[in-house]
Design a protein around this ligand. Sequence first.
Ligand SMILES: *Cc1c(COP(=O)(O)O)cnc(C)c1O
Length: 453
Amino acid sequence: MTTALPPHTTEELRALLAPPGNALLHELRHGLGGPYHLLFPQRFDANAAAFRQAFAEAGVDGRVYYAKKANKAAVFAERAAVGGLGVDVASHGELREALAAGVRGTDLIVTGPAKDDDLLRVAVLHGALVAVDALDELDRVLALAGRLGRAAKTLLRRLPPGQPHSRFGLDDGEMELALRRCRTEQVVMAGFSFHLNGYDICERADLAAELIRLCTRARALGLRADQVSVGGGFAVDYVDAQDWRRFHESTRPEHFHQRKAFSGYYPYHSPIAGADALAALLSTNPAGEKSSLADLVRAAGVTLLVEPGRALLDQAGCTVMRVQGVKERDAYDILTVDGSSLSLSEQWFGSEFLPDPVLVPADRADRADAGPYPACVGAATCLESDMLTWRKLPFPVRPAIGDLLVYHNTAGYQMDSNESPFHELPLPPKVVIEPSAHDSASPRPRWRLDRHP
Ligand SMILES: *Cc1c(COP(=O)(O)O)cnc(C)c1O
């Protein structure tokens, strides 16, 4: 039998999944007429506060930039603006959205490869920090700044020595050339940046220390070099350690519809996640150093920038689908829901979003619960491969038409990075959930639509 992988959850979400709170979920499904996402902006605020707290406790001058690509909702950019966070943008659209939400241009960092001239021009005019990814891009930045008569504020992005085949960043030779080209009035060379795949804390500490040493070298060349961005990549903990271990120990091919096999899974359990990962990073002694990264940062008079996307969105959203059909097969059911796997972007990586969706029954009557009832979850499309969950989930009660399935913790990349109106299915709207007003007697939260679908 398939192992359960219950998702970590929150008080406000639990209150919506059980009576009487679940009436709101069914009402929203009725009103919106299809699948939808819930957003919890107060979680975003709390995650951001925890990151700032980690900097404060380590006595480090730090700045948090929300990596906007992790979710398209307006509300998170709005919370970033109100909270005085920076935002990491990597396209015209993201830049416009951040500015429209009220984030100041000087609080933006523009990342991404080979940014086009218009994006660079707007970035320079706004005094945004530009993370330069290549020498030809640097040349264009210098030329633009010259024409505009304004210095461009730049970071030089480092190719990670541990990921030498990454397509991002400048290698040793390119970095040397870039430093020399930055000795001009057209640029304020603010420092260096990197962004690593994976969640290794030591690798980040080592590279951050290297960039701090690079700051010293750059200053010797007369450059400002007082900021280091360590990018994003702060893990999120989706499921318990024990459940995660059991899943790996007990999973068999027959636990998946069509015996579907995946080459790997995202690490849904992470012992050190979010702001704790930042605290751990700051207290790590980088290779070859006798003091912690925090001490090195302080001693060098450097400001440390972080660009978390996923971690700021931990528990800040979930995805709700309605069961439209239940097909009984010999040993398990095939559920069909009203949305598609494009609302769970893990499919993009040839893998599956593993935390179990939670079933919210349509009725209050007790169903026979001699479960578990194994079932996989298919999409409302005509593709054999369009499955939200290939794994035969062990449902505690038998799913029925009209029940809701709630996929937890989908705000970070899952809910919208891959969405598409395939089959003319509407894009799931985003519903912002906030606590009821203080003067209200009702414990029921308030909702509104995000400005974006
Ligand atoms: C995607 C990205 C991030 C955010 O990464 P997370 O894993 O979501 O924290 C930060 N910086 C850069 C340059 C990125 O490309």
